[in-house]
Design a protein around this ligand. Structure first.
Ligand code: TYC
Length: 120
């Protein structure tokens, strides 16, 4: 008897045969942009340091992002799955708070269809 005839039935020994799905479907996680916001008080060096240490950018990249925020109001620090984006946002704001700087960080969905700003 072929294997197929035993699929999802008991075989002649009473063992249950299963078909094994060899295709596992995985969905890409939705991604979130982490944005830094300009203010008049946070020192430039502090913002650069935050971008290097929390977002893993080089000094040159970090200075470029910091200056973009300084001149245009906001800048992209990175794009991550929700939990990582949220963790980085909290790390930025906790570090800013403990150093008494007003630096703000927000996250927003990467796809504009669902353009809800998340701050908490
Ligand atoms: N505007 C700040 C200053 O002149 C620098 C700054 C840059 C602050 C980026 C916040 O996200 C920021 N000291």
């Amino acid at each position: 008897m072929s294997k197929h005839q035993f699929d999802n039935e008991n075989d002649r020994y009473g063992n249950i045969a299963f078909e094994i799905e060899d295709e596992v479907k995985v969905k890409k996680p939705s991604m979130y942009r982490v944005l830094l916001h300009n203010d008049d008080y946070t020192p430039m060096d502090f913002v650069t340091y935050i971008i290097m240490t929390i977002f893993g950018k080089t000094r040159e990249e970090s200075e470029y992002i910091m200056l973009t925020v300084h001149t245009s109001g906001t800048g992209l620090a990175g794009i991550y799955p929700f939990d990582i984006a949220q963790t980085k946002r909290i790390q930025v704001e906790q570090s800013a708070q403990s150093n008494e700087h007003p630096l703000k960080c927000t996250i927003e969905p990467e796809d504009d269809e669902n353009d809800r700003k998340i701050t908490d």
